[in-house]
Design a protein around this ligand. Structure first.
Ligand code: MTE
Ligand code: HPA
Ligand code: MOS
Length: 778
């Protein structure tokens, strides 16, 4: 079944936040944010802004009717800066005006005086200075310390990954409308209506039942709207609560990029030990996470880094420590993979380093250490592995040996162009790592004409969850999909939602839908059995007809629904689902946190132009563990999108903050995202279809985040290409491998020579400064 949104999407009719028809009297907000990354506010001059044309009000922390606090996990985040600013882009004041233009024009007239304080942008520096968001976390299995002696090979190194801008097509925004009895209705571009409701409740002081949050869909979230939609909703709702007028704020692209957090950059140290059979027997890793100025979701992201720090490998002795480091950058947040990719990059770097030093291909080490069913993850969960199957199928899909030979032949024949190939296996745990979040609800109404409306806590953000939910309803009732409407996500219909995140949205909300529909179905079947005077167990609904013992009964869906209604039996149900069997002891770092894992293996081939430093991804051929896919078209879309987003993170996208904590890559002219030319020339996706039981909806495994991690393969393929051009080059494990960085890595000797010249010139210049003026003239 194709995505139910494709028709309105392609016609430009789909409604996003900025398409909602505005109510008469709507005002527009714009934020004045800190131009300085760290400092004490000495003076804030709002006078000119307040007197600017069209301005109705300028709000600051002083106007907050509740508390000035929006921290989700830890209460460490002010909505408006009060005495100090902690990052460039931190909201200080909000202008409310009659038009968008007037609001933004007035923002420019606000003057602020800030006494600067020291700025930290580097996580290692923050850790050194004790600037930690939460105490360090450690996950451990076996005994690393006593194992190093048994290792035949030990390698140490460092790996760095940069941030990533979410670049959802629809920017952040909210629209708040006052209602009767103090109610505020909030349209928000959020992955988490309940998080918005809670944040607004705290800031306004209004109880949650006075706040209705409604979401039709997002033009992408990618984690960026799991927590960070709260700010804009809180700002608009506060203004609406105070002014009793509708207030809307849809951020411009530059406001959005400047003020919101991104994927967490990480800097990490690793030590890996192998025995002579190339089994990894010890792994020690320390992660420094760049959290930004406040916690946001960083502690949860940090935890997932630890969960995924051994990727798809069984390592009996591991000690992994992670620091969440406070810096003066916008708070970094969830981004597809939620810290997992950052952890996986480090183990892949460690393996690549070992392979370099041993003079072998990395895939030999990877393959020897793949997870097998019965192994144990470092957090105690028993492994049910599809790693080997995916790996083997991927190897034969692309005929790895032949492909490697082709690459080697090509490299022998070509001087300017070099190819590289890499294998990237993945393993990703499905479930929120915070066990209590693994719950969802669905509200299903069957109308008397046989049509059905379903509401859940799921947010449609392009990933196709609404289509999957519609499929669940249609399949359980065995009715035509056109009879089913998926309603907007609304906190008055579905309460206490978990964010649509962790790739678990279809599982959780789909299963809640399944619970609700199954309950209604059983009532319908009872009625049919009564009417047809047969046992309930012989009733079946198929293609909108009622069957008894497999024979058409003459009763159809519409008649059955009407009869049920006539008997005064409810045609509505509110279903509740919780993932069974999961638990995790955060102190011990052990448990069974994931419902299941998703596996896969991608083989990436690239071609590098060694004169220019530019490159192309020739092909990515992958085998992905879909379980038993309930919607192949949507799932393929998720694989393709995730893969390209991962390639972008690993090769192109460079978030640059200067030492003053100002974002230099603050627009699409300075921040390169993948375009059609960055898409691999060939993408082959093979389904590992398994009929094995799992906890996924209709056994169709979660697919949202895992494919991003295939993109890591592009980094290592490029690295291999560089090394076939110049074996002396030892490219740092420092992603992204941008064309500039790649060029420098191709010619390390030249770079060194240039550095030496530059250094000696610097020395000469310094020397000259101390000589006489006459000498300088010469
Ligand atoms: N796909 C699209 N088109 N847009 C998105 O915003 N978000 C990703 C992934 N795929 C996203 C997407 C992220 S970060 C997650 S967690 C999952 O979708 C969330 O949806 P799911 O739980 O239904 O997979
Ligand atoms: N994944 C994504 N989002 C989350 C998680 C998680 O594990 N926990 C809290 N928010
Ligand atoms: Mo996705 S990072 O869990 O929103």
């Amino acid at each position: 079944m194709k995505n139910i949104d494709s028709y309105t999407h392609t016609r430009g009719e789909s409604v996003y936040l900025d398409d909602i028809p505005v109510v008469a009297g709507t005002l527009y907000a714009a934020c004045f944010d800190s131009p300085v990354a760290h400092g004490k506010i000495i003076n804030l001059d709002l006078h000119a802004a307040e007197n600017s044309p069209g301005v109705v009000r300028v709000l600051t922390h002083k106007d907050i009717t509740g508390i000035n606090q929006i921290g989700g996990i830890i209460p460490d985040e002010e909505l408006f800066a009060e005495y100090h600013v902690h990052f460039c882009g931190m909201p200080v004041a909000l202008v409310i005006a009659e038009t968008e233009y007037q609001a933004r024009a007035a923002v420019k007239k606000i003057k602020i005086e800030i006494e600067p304080l020291p700025i930290i942008t580097d996580p290692r520096e923050a850790a050194e200075k004790g600037e930690l968001i939460v105490p360090p976390r450690t996950f451990k299995i076996g005994e690393c310390d006593t194992t190093w002696d048994q290792c035949d090979h030990i390698f140490v190194g460092r790996a760095d990954t940069n941030g990533q801008e979410h670049l959802y097509i629809e920017t952040q925004g909210a629209y708040a409308i006052p209602g009767e009895q103090g109610v505020v209705k909030i349209y928000s571009s959020t992955q988490s209506p309940t998080a918005v409701q809670r944040a607004v409740s705290k800031v306004t002081g209004l109880a949650m039942h006075l706040l209705e949050v409604d979401v039709t869909r997002l033009g992408g979230g990618f984690g960026g709207k799991e927590d960070q939609a709260n700010t804009w909703a809180a700002l608009c709702a506060l203004a609406t609560h105070i002014l009793k007028r509708p207030v809307k704020y849809s951020l411009s692209r530059m406001e959005d990029i400047r003020m919101t957090g991104k994927r967490h950059p990480y800097s990490s140290d690793f030590k890996i030990g192998l025995n002579k059979d190339l089994k990894i027997i010890a792994y020690e890793v320390t992660f420094y996470q760049n959290a930004g100025a406040s916690a946001d979701l960083s502690p949860a992201v940090l935890e997932r880094t630890l969960f995924h720090c051994t990727n798809t490998y069984f390592i009996p002795n591991v000690i992994a420590t992670a620091y969440s480091c406070r810096t003066n950058l916008p708070p970094n947040t969830a981004f597809r993979g939620f810290g997992g990719p950052q952890g996986m990059f480090v183990i892949e770097s460690a393996i690549a380093k070992a392979a370099d030093e041993l003079g072998i291909d990395a895939d030999i080490i990877q393959q020897r250490n793949l997870l097998q069913t019965g192994d144990e993850f470092l957090y105690g969960q028993k492994v049910v592995s599809e790693a080997g199957e995916c790996w083997n199928k991927a190897i034969s899909l692309c005929n790895l040996e032949a492909a490697k030979k082709e690459v080697a032949d090509f490299n022998l024949k070509n001087d300017q162009y070099k190819k590289g190939i890499s294998v990237m296996p993945i393993c990703f745990g499905i479930s929120f790592t915070n066990t209590l979040m693994n719950q969802a609800r669905a509200l299903v109404h069957v109308y008397t004409d046989g049509s059905v409306v379903v509401s859940t806590g799921a947010i449609e953000m392009g990933q196709g969850v609404n289509t999957k939910i519609l499929q669940v309803v249609a399949q359980v009732f065995s009715i035509d999909p056109s009879r089913v409407k998926v309603n907007s996500t609304n906190t008055y219909r579905i309460a206490n939602t978990s964010p649509s995140a962790a790739s678990a949205t279809a599982d959780l909300n789909g299963k809640a839908t399944l619970v609700a529909c199954s309950e209604i179905l059983s009532r319908l079947k009872k009625v049919a059995a009564d009417e047809l005077k047969v046992e309930e167990s012989v009733i079946e609904l198929k293609d909108e007809l009622v069957f008894t013992n497999g024979i058409k009964s003459g009763m159809n869906w519409e008649q059955l629904v009407l009869t049920t209604f006539a008997k005064r039996i409810s045609l509505s149900e509110h279903g509740h689902y919780t993932t069974p069997g999961i638990h995790f002891d955060k102190v011990a770092g052990k448990g069974h946190p994931f419902a299941y894992h998703v596996y896969g293996t991608a083989i990436t081939t690239v071609t590098v132009d060694c004169l220019r430093g530019i490159y192309e991804v020739d092909s990515v051929k992958l085998v992905h563990d879909f379980g038993s896919s309930m919607n192949r078209v949507i799932d393929i879309g998720q694989i393709e999108g995730g893969l390209v987003q991962g390639i972008g993170w690993m090769t192109l996208e460079e978030v640059v903050y200067d030492q003053e904590g100002r974002l230099r890559s603050n627009a699409l002219s300075t921040y390169k995202v993948p375009d059609i030319y960055s898409v691999p020339k060939e993408i082959v996706i093979e389904f590992l279809d398994t009929q094995k039981d799992n906890l996924a909806i209709f056994r169709s495994k979660a697919v949202g985040e895992p494919p991003l991690m295939y993109g890591i393969g592009a980094f290592f393929a490029l690295r291999n290409a560089i090394r076939s051009f110049n074996l002396l080059s030892k490219p740092a494990f420092d992603a992204p491998m941008t064309p500039e960085k790649l060029l420098l890595n191709l010619y390390p000797e030249k770079v060194d020579a240039i550095k030496r010249v530059a250094k000696s010139e610097e020395i000469r210049e310094t020397e000259m400064e101390y000589t006489s003026p006459a000498a300088k003239v010469i």
